[in-house]
Design a protein around this ligand. Structure first.
Ligand code: BES
Ligand code: ZN
Length: 627
């Protein structure tokens, strides 16, 4: 590639070897209003833009709130315009200039789940302002857990989840993925807890006169969209995996986590070989308490992960490959608005599959691809046509409404189709060129179309003429030319399913050596045809109800509920009362709600379990349970 990246505060200079001089790429978009403004942010960064935020945060575990004060450095294109920040569920807001004098501000009406616009009147000379605030317990981003809700039970825990538009509920900010900022933070927390953030940590300092607390410092001079600013605080231990990879987890999970994630450095090496240099420095993983609502969240330098990936056999580490791949697709090249979300996730799933192939071989990648395609097709049956379009229309809709397997799997299948057409070498060049051309910028679906028209379509006109990009990007459904991965190992399982359904003793056809993916295929394959007796036999032979693999267990519990197999009841309740991962909760509660007695049971369990879940999960479940 022959390029060197020179990193500067708040931006990047791309220096091309052999080119005449450095080419500045300092967020050029915000010199003017974008063609497709972000529907989910009131801020107008092209008029007044925040370029850096310097935060002082105090974590108060007693009242479960964060008290903040931040200085916002500004770039003002129009000296008469106010600064507009997005806020949600914040109290005690005040604004001052750096001269210490108050500045006038106005809090707009609350828009359902979008929050409010905080409009700040600036003096002509203001290059920065200070905002103070306090979070409310009902704010959606932060979750505060009591000791009993952690894996270790040793102390309280808190963490943030910013994506898609939740950062505004703990930090007033121009909360649009089209605007990148650098940041720094000093976070005060009780002395026995550790603070970690999605940036470089520079350690903890004593507070004169206050022996009970410490101040933790972090900063990120590379620019990121606000949804990627994250923090967590709790009783955390750290284990190094390699000089640039470490794992943080509660004492109860640290050993398992360090072993399970021991292959992360190898993944990082594979990813760099495929997609270009890793520009973020460290890659650490924080394993959260089981309440975490996602599988993983790609917070820069510090992936947040659910403990449910700790299966003991590294069978669920594709989630780490996924979050790691976001270091290129998502964090380096960011979807410009949430309507371009497929650019983040579709690219990432494709990249994740390539990392998995590199580390574990083609066979494993094909199994994972085949399972994902089946999930996509099954889910698409339940979606409305607009939800199955890659370049989704979110006008009047919350970004969460665009969340499904479509941006992930349909997006990845588009790249897989391009690979089929132009070959590995050209798709790899395309990926590295895309990441390099848009590094530390945001990109839209239109940018993707232009990039292909100017690049791959010119380079390989014959092959690319066979791709109907408009159909893939702008029409509902899955195009007929979507590739289909064939996995020999899963075909064997399909044959076993047919025989078991036909009455053969499961022990005769199931191989005790089956891997996670084969079990998943088997459980899904049984579907409507499994009697409670058959499930009882399987359980007796293979102990599925006591599986320590969360994917297998969740698929099994769902099947058990749907087929009326009582042997799972106790385990199901225990699972719902400890795990907060939305991907598992939704199918399980949904299965329960498919019968009237089940719905009553679901409501009883939910009443007890709800305080454990993060707002991301309760937002979805509240409607599911009560509809
Ligand atoms: N960035 C997503 C999580 C996300 C998406 C949070 C949209 C909020 C809004 C993350 O990278 C992700 O996709 N996680 C998946 C795992 C993946 C292997 C499919 C998850 O959490 O299950
Ligand atoms: Zn993702």
């Amino acid at each position: 590639m022959g390029k060197v990246l020179v990193l500067l505060m708040g931006g990047v200079l791309l220096v091309s070897a052999g080119c005449r001089g450095p080419k500045p790429v300092l967020t050029p978009r915000y010199s003017q209003a974008p063609e497709n403004p972000d529907l989910h942010s009131a801020s107008q960064p092209w008029l007044v833009r925040v370029v850096h935020v310097d935060m002082e945060l105090q974590l108060d575990f007693e009242s479960e709130c964060l008290v903040g004060s931040a200085v916002y450095s500004l770039q003002r294109s129009d000296p008469h315009e106010p600064l507009i920040l997005d806020v949600a569920s914040l109290d005690q807001i005040s604004v001052h200039g750096l001269d210490g004098e108050p500045r006038g501000f106005h809090l707009g009406d609350t828009q359902e789940r979008l929050g409010q616009a905080l409009t700040i009147q600036l003096e002509e000379f203001d290059q920065a302002v200070r905002v103070r605030w306090k979070t409310r317990p009902e704010g959606e981003a932060l979750q505060w857990l009591g000791p009993e809700q952690t894996a270790s039970g040793l102390g309280p825990f808190m963490y943030s989840q910013g994506q898609a538009i939740l950062t505004r509920s703990w930090l007033p900010i121009q909360d649009t993925p089209g605007n990148r900022i650098s940041w720094s933070a000093r976070v005060t927390a009780p002395r026995d807890l550790r603070v970690v953030m999605s940036g470089e940590g520079t350690g903890a300092q004593e507070i004169p006169g206050d022996p009970s607390r410490l101040v933790w410092q972090h900063e990120l001079s590379l620019t990121v969209p606000p949804y990627l600013i994250a923090l967590a605080c709790g009783r955390l231990e750290r284990r190094a995996i390699s000089p640039r990879v470490a794992v943080f987890a509660e004492p109860a999970t640290i050993e398992l986590a360090a072993t399970e994630l021991g292959g992360t450095e190898a993944m990082l090496v594979a990813a760099e070989k495929l997609f270009g240099p890793y520009l973020w420095g460290r890659y650490d993983v924080l394993v959260l308490p089981p309440a975490f609502p996602f599988g993983g969240m790609e917070n820069p330098l510090l992936t947040f992960a659910t403990p449910t990936i700790l299966a003991g056999d590294r069978s669920l580490v594709s989630l780490i490959a996924h979050e790691l791949a976001h270091s290129w697709s998502g964090n380096l090249v960011t979807n410009e608005t949430w309507e371009d979300f497929w650019l983040n996730e579709g690219f990432t799933v494709y990249c994740e599959q390539r990392i998995i192939e590199e580390i574990f071989g083609k066979g494993r990648s094909e199994m994972e691809q085949a399972l994902a395609r089946t999930d996509l097709l099954a889910e698409m049956e339940t979606l409305e046509p607009w939800q199955t379009v890659l370049a989704i229309d979110l006008d009047g809709r919350h970004p969460d409404m665009g969340f499904s397997w479509v941006p992930y799997e349909k997006g990845a299948l588009l790249l897989r189709r391009m690979e089929e057409l132009v070959g590995r070498e050209d798709i790899d060049d395309f990926l590295s060129a895309w990441f390099e051309a848009h590094a530390f910028q945001s990109a839209s679906t239109a940018d993707f179309e232009e990039f292909i028209a100017a690049g791959l379509a010119k380079l390989r006109p014959g092959a690319m003429a066979n791709l109907d990009l408009n159909l893939w990007l702008h029409q509902p459904g899955l195009p007929d030319d979507a590739p289909m991965a064939i996995s020999e190992s899963l075909l064997m399982v399909d044959a076993a399913v047919s025989r078991v359904i036909a009455g053969t003793d499961p022990a005769m056809v199931i191989d005790a050596e089956w891997n996670t993916f084969q079990w998943l295929r088997f459980i899904h394959g049984l579907g409507q045809d499994a009697s409670p007796e058959l499930l009882g036999t399987l359980d007796g032979q293979f102990g599925l109800t006591s599986s320590g693999n969360a994917e297998v267990l969740c698929a099994w519990l769902e099947l058990g509920v749907r087929r009326g197999y009582g042997g799972i009841d106790e385990r199901l309740e225990q699972f719902l009362l400890t795990v907060g991962r939305r991907k598992y909760l939704v199918p399980l509660y949904d299965a329960l709600c498919s019968s009237s007695e089940g719905r009553v049971r679901a409501q009883q369990i939910y009443l007890r379990a709800r305080p454990l879940y993060h707002a991301v999960s309760t937002q979805t479940l509240d409607t599911l349970i009560h509809d």
